[in-house]
Design a protein around this ligand. Structure first.
Ligand code: PRX
Length: 606
């Protein structure tokens, strides 16, 4: 209705507590990295905390439309922070805690965040990450670039009181390690502890009433130019789409215990760990750790501990667990499981079948959900037990989604076909713009084929009308379900003094799906050594984050180029794979280089 107002946080919390009487229902079981470290929060407790933190934000001068950067591990305060932003109409921009200081700084600057929320430190498996130190580095870089961000709110997570009181630990031996003395850098002019602000904050907080088209959040995703794109979602459409797709795709039932293993720093964690489940009054598991710590059976022990009914993870995790055999899975009961989901990258039939036979014991339907940061929610997906499945196919469109397959000239292909996957009409959760760059939004998604939304993915439709995603057909690649742009990695490599030119291509990888194969040309006077490749890897890790670490770096005295000077990545991909079937190379300016590059390939991971 025109002129009507809403608030997404109100719909997720107040409505569930007050109208649906779900106040005492668990919203989240939090499972820490260390087994035995856990917590839970009900809907009314979550509402209480969100209201308090929303008041904290208001007391810091945050207003509707302001951008707030969130850089946190998978802890309950992350959900509280994001919903508090939504309650007062501020836009959260969550940056995955595995990103580097450079990446965080770039994202803070791009949307002009006025405040950062972070945490002291956390463990991922047995690796300690002093997040505050990385955040400080990012803030220093931001300051050098004239950014006005003035406040940093810090959650005391690793050193939290329940774990370590006065430096002593009252918990059982496995938690002892949490009590070790970690030095957290502190800048009194800027930093303030979360718990200190919360201790005096009221839990009464009137939501900011919003138009359905008001901005809700920004989430950065890789862009083919190398600069991340700030995907912007709005309140009404996103809420409807996340809530509805969650309900139907997971066949949500009130007694479910749902577990999405994605990090909240990615869109899956926004739509299907936070907004979608909470809108339905669901109980979810929020897991801080990794599937392999302290052992390879951790996922299934969590499934049994909380009696998880619906489980949503990524093919890369499935392949990793599959490699360890069936025994660690079979050791756990898993009899609570009813539906299994997959997201983030194409799932190969072998991994699909293992998931179906071993994890789900052939009784749980698999929902292979294809979608994107930009789409807000599921686009192609089976409905559990209703859609006959085919291993590796995301099957059919979700309600209201109209896909088409186009050829290079933009003609719609009928029946069995392969080509560009596009969508023919808008759906509620479609992104509304790229923050601060509507022009780029139009060019990226709507210019190549006017009248269609272009996904950037290739797709095949079989004779039964099933859709099969064949992977990206632009300069993006998908490493373990994380989208990266080759340009982004190339520019990180080029910042090294020894490198004059770099070209990065995607290369198949048995666990990660795809990995990075880099060709680098050295400046005169530099030698290609193990030390240099180590430095280059470190450089990429520091510029982007550990997910972007190259698997292969090959020295290339020259790169194959067209006569107009464009690097032909198509040929480099074949060289990386040792595929001699190069097709037409007559347009190359320097075909002589190809033989040399084949002879100096990297065969093994460096
Ligand atoms: O290439 C597709 C792949 O992941 C891309 C979107 O990445 P991102 O925006 O980071 O969102 C990931 C989580 C939704 C897509 O363009 N992708 C995602 N899900 C699938 C997939 N490829 C094949 N099958 C899927 N189920």
């Amino acid at each position: 209705m025109k002129g009507a107002t809403t608030n997404i946080c109100y719909n997720l919390l107040d409505r569930n507590v007050n109208e649906k009487k779900l106040g005492d229902k668990i919203a989240f079981y939090w499972e820490g990295n260390e087994p035995g470290d856990s917590a839970k929060i009900t809907y009314s407790e979550l509402l209480h905390k969100v209201c308090q933190f929303a008041n904290v934000l208001r007391s810091q001068g945050v207003k509707k439309g302001d951008r707030i950067s969130i850089y946190m591990p998978m802890i309950l305060e992350l959900v509280v922070a994001m919903l508090a932003c939504a309650r007062i109409g501020a836009l959260h921009s969550i940056v995955f805690a595995g990103f580097s200081a450079d990446s965080l700084c770039e994202r803070i600057l791009d949307c002009g965040c006025s405040l950062l929320i972070t945490a002291d430190a956390f463990y991922r498996g047995d690796k300690l990450i002093i997040l505050k130190q990385i955040a400080d580095e990012a803030l220093q870089k931001c300051k050098d670039k004239g950014c006005p961000l003035k406040k940093c709110i810090v959650v005391k997570h690793l050193a939290r009181e329940e774990v370590a009181v006065d430096g002593t630990c009252s918990k059982s031996p496995p938690l002892k390690r949490l009590c070790q003395d970690v030095q957290i850098p502190w800048n009194p002019a800027m930093d303030v502890w979360w718990h200190e602000l919360m201790s005096s904050a009221s839990s009464e907080c009137e939501p900011e009433w919003c138009d359905s088209e008001d901005e809700l959040f920004i989430l950065y995703t890789s862009g083919s130019t190398g600069k991340p794109k700030g995907v912007l979602h709005t309140v009404g459409g996103y809420m409807l789409f996340a809530a509805t797709s969650f309900k139907y795709v997971f066949d949500y039932q009130p007694e479910d215990v749902y577990w999405c293993t994605a990090d909240i720093g990615w869109i899956t964690g926004h739509s299907y760990l936070t907004y979608g489940p909470l809108a339905n009054g669901a109980t979810s598991v929020l897991f801080e750790g990794v599937p392999t710590y302290p052992d390879i059976g951790r996922m299934w022990s969590i499934v049994d501990k909380y009696k998880v009914t619906k489980f949503y993870t990524a093919p890369t995790a499935i392949r990793l667990l599959m490699k360890q055999g069936e025994e660690p899975v079979r050791k756990h009961s898993r009899k609570s499981l009813k539906v299994l989901g997959s997201v983030g990258e194409p799932i190969n039939p072998e991994a699909w079948l293992w998931y179906y036979r071993v994890v789900g014991e052939e009784r749980c339907p698999i929902v292979d959900t294809f979608w994107q940061t930009e789409t807000g929610g599921h686009m192609l997906t089976p409905l559990p037990a209703a859609t006959p499945m085919k291993p590796g196919s995301a099957t059919f469109p979700f309600f209201g989604v109209v896909p088409a397959i186009l050829n290079e000239s933009g003609e719609e292909l009928e029946g069995e076909a392969e080509g560009y996957l596009v969508f023919k009409q808008p759906w509620p959760g479609i992104m509304r713009t790229l923050y601060g760059n509507h022009q780029q939004f139009e060019t990226t998604y709507f210019k190549k084929f006017p009248g269609y939304y272009v996904t950037g993915d290739g797709c095949r439709r079989d004779k039964d009308g099933y859709y099969w995603i064949t992977g990206r057909i632009d300069d993006m690649l998908n490493v373990s379900g994380h989208l990266l742009s080759t340009a982004e990695v190339e520019s990180a490599l080029l910042e090294h003094a020894a490198i004059s030119e770099a070209a990065v291509v995607s290369h198949p990888h048995p666990l990660k799906g795809e990995c990075l194969y880099c060709f680098v040309t050295l400046r005169d006077g530099h030698e290609f050594t193990k030390k240099l490749t180590d430095e280059l890897k470190k450089q990429v890790r520091e510029k982007i984050g550990p997910i972007a670490t190259p698997d292969y770096i090959q020295c290339a005295p020259g790169l194959p180029k067209t006569r107009s000077g464009k690097i032909t990545r198509r040929i480099l991909r074949k060289i990386a794979k040792n595929d001699q079937d190069l097709g037409d190379i007559s347009t190359l300016a320097n075909p002589g280089i190809i033989k040399h590059l084949f002879n100096s390939r990297c065969d093994t991971k460096q």
